[in-house]
Design a protein around this ligand. Structure first.
Ligand code: BV8
Length: 243
C-alpha cells in the first residue's frame, strides 16, 4: 500500500522519545536507582515486599518529571502536529508514564503502561491526579481510605491498559511508526507483527540505534528523536514519503 494522506497511522513511543527532555531511559546506562534496576522495582511483588521502597522510586521519578527543566522536545511536538494535520485516522500509543505527549498537545493518546502523575486506590479503584509524595499513610481523595494507594502504572506481570482498543487500531493500520523503544517489553514489542499482517502496510522505526526487531521493519531512520521525528513528519505531511 502506498502511503496516501488518508492512510491510518499508529505511532508507538518508548522512553527514548523523552530522553532528550531529560528523563532517563529504562535500559540505558545509569538505569539504576539506589542500586536497583527499574524492572526489579516495577512489579507487584516488589510493592508487596517493600512498599516504601517502591513508593520512593516513584516519588523520585514524579519529582524529576515535575521539575520545570523537563519539557516536551521537538519529537513530542512533531507528533502533536502530525495528529493535527494528518487527514487519515491517527492514534498515538505510548509505553511512557510521563506527561510530555499531553504537554506537547497530543490528544489521541493511549498510555498503555499507565501514568506517573495518577494514583489508583486499591480499596475503591478510583484513579486520581497525584503530583505529591505518596506513602503508606496517603489518603484516597475519593474514599478517604489510608495506605491503599499505589501509582497508576502497569507493572511487569500486569495487563497493559486498553489493549482491545490498541489491537483494533493496529488491525486497521497502514503505517506503524515505532519511536524510541528497544523492543524489549511485550506486548508492545510485538505490535509491528500485527501491522505486518495488514496487506501493503508499512512499519518504520525511528530510534537512536536499531532495536531488537529492527530487521523486521519496512524501514528505519536512526539518530536522536528530536531530529528524526520532525524530519519524518515533514516528509509525511509534504507527501514525499517514498512507498
Ligand atoms: C503483560 C511502567 C500480559 C512502569 C512498564 C511475551 C508476551 C507478553 C508478555 C511477556 C512476553 N515476554 C515477557 C513478558 C512479560 C513482560 C515483559 O515484556 N518482560 C520483558 C522485560 C521481557 N511484559 C509484561 O509484564 C507486560 N504485561 O504482558 O501482560 C499478561 C499479564 C498477566 C497475565 C497474562 C498476560 C507489562 C509490561 C509493562 C511494564 N511497565 N512501565 C514504570 O514505568 O515504572 S515497561 C517500561 O519498559 C517502560 O514503560 C518503558 O517504556 C518500557 C519499554 O522500554 P523502552 O521504552 O523501550 O525503554 P528502553 O530504555 O528499553 O529503550 C529506550 C530506547 O530508546 C533504546 O532503544 C534507545 O536506543 C532509544 N533511545 C535512547 N535515546 C534516544 C533514543 N531514541 C531516539 N532518540 C533518543 N534521544
Amino acid at each position: 500500500m502506498d502511503i496516501t494522506p488518508d492512510t491510518p497511522i499508529v505511532v508507538l513511543t518508548g522512553a527514548g522519545i523523552s530522553q532528550e527532555s531529560g528523563l532517563p531511559t529504562f535500559r540505558g546506562h545509569g538505569g539504576l536507582w539506589n542500586g536497583h534496576r527499574a524492572e526489579d522495582l516495577a512489579t507487584p511483588d516488589a510493592f508487596r515486599r517493600d512498599p516504601a521502597l517502591v513508593h520512593d522510586f516513584y516519588n523520585m521519578r514524579r519529582a524529576v518529571l515535575l521539575d520545570e527543566k523537563i519539557k516536551p522536545n521537538a519529537a513530542h511536538l512533531a507528533l502533536a502536529r502530525l495528529e493535527r494535520d494528518w487527514l487519515g485516522d491517527f492514534m498515538l500509543v505510548t509505553q511512557n508514564v510521563d506527561n510530555l505527549h499531553e504537554r506537547a498537545g497530543s490528544e489521541k493518546l493511549i498510555h498503555m503502561h499507565g501514568e506517573l502523575l495518577k494514583s489508583r486506590c486499591q480499596h475503591c479503584g478510583q484513579i486520581s491526579d497525584w503530583v505529591g509524595e505518596m506513602n503508606g499513610e496517603s489518603e484516597c481523595p475519593n474514599c478517604r481510605a489510608r495506605g491503599q494507594l499505589r501509582v497508576n502504572v502497569v507493572w511487569f506481570g500486569e495487563m497493559p491498559l486498553r489493549m482491545d482498543d490498541i489491537y483494533r487500531y493496529l488491525r486497521r493500520c497502514g503505517l506503524f511508526i515505532s519511536i524510541g523503544t528497544s523492543g524489549n517489553v511485550y506486548p508492545a514489542a510485538g505490535f509491528f507483527q500485527i501491522v505486518n499482517q495488514n496487506p501493503g502496510a508499512k512499519t518504520v522505526e525511528l530510534n537512536l540505534e536499531p532495536s531488537l526487531n529492527a530487521d523486521q521493519f519496512s524501514d528505519g531512520h536512526y539518530g536522536p528523536a528530536s531530529q528524526t521525528v520532525p524530519a519524518f513528519v515533514d516528509r509525511l505531511l509534504n507527501g514525499v514519503l517514498e512507498p
